[in-house]
Design a protein. Structure first.
Ligand code: SF4
Length: 218
């Protein structure tokens, strides 16, 4: 019997071991590689700003996140082999804004000689790709110098899938750059970014952890 089991009992120790395994796995997965990440900009930049300022506060189900990431990683590794690509390729682009150099980190899911593939595991397949996902793919097309890519959604329970092809889109990349400009302005001035995504304020039973604070800001 381990020391912890003798104190709290075996069943509780097993329960705690599961919680710790999930926590450790997610902590490793949420490593931050640079001061700004592509994903900070494509969802709700204001939320990403609050996370940098006050620390990440997760109110999603850790279990759901754990299962989603595991499925994503296992699938991606196998796909990389079939498609002759490289999984989870990291890069950093440097932008000069407000007289300062800003590093923006991006990690694409799959890089092949011809295209980029972003894989999303979801509860429901979307009829159209989500704007945030398209913008993420768009940024990677620029960062990794590819002309087109694919957004692939795989439904978690039955493995159904939807595949969308996306070519470079100037307007979408300009929107990404606008968000980057706004975000760096926020980091310099300490005024929250004006770009927000209200569809993320409330998701089902979950509210954004910064909801009250955010709605009291200009
Ligand atoms: S409450 Fe909504 S707008 Fe504000 S940070 Fe959260 S998701 Fe973004």
């Amino acid at each position: 019997m381990s020391e912890i089991e003798s104190v709290i009992g075996e069943e509780q120790a097993i329960d705690m071991a599961i919680d710790s395994a999930i926590y450790d796995f997610l902590a490793k997965k949420h490593k931050i590689y640079a001061e700004i990440q592509v994903t900070d900009l494509v969802y709700c930049p204001r939320k990403a700003y609050f996370e940098k300022k006050y620390g990440k506060q997760n109110n999603n189900s850790s279990w759901g996140l754990f299962v989603g990431i595991l499925l994503h990683d296992v699938l991606l590794e196998a796909m990389a082999e079939y498609l002759d690509g490289e999984a989870e390729v990291l890069t950093v682009e440097v932008f000069e804004i407000h007289g300062k150099l800003w590093k923006v980190f991006g990690m694409c899911d799959l890089l092949t000689p011809n295209y980029i593939l972003e894989l999303k595991t979801t509860s429901y397949l979307p009829e159209q790709p989500k704007l945030s996902h398209l913008m993420q793919l768009e940024a990677y097309l620029r960062f990794f110098d590819r002309d087109y890519g694919y957004l692939v959604y795989v439904e978690r329970h039955y493995g159904k899938r939807a595949i969308f092809k996306h070519y470079r889109d100037e307007a979408l990349y300009n929107e990404f750059l606008d968000r980057l400009y706004d975000f760096t302005h926020a980091l310099v001035t300490d005024i929250p970014p004006s770009h927000i995504d209200q569809s993320l304020c409330k998701l089902g039973k979950h509210k954004c952890p910064f909801y009250s604070y955010c709605h009291s800001q200009p």
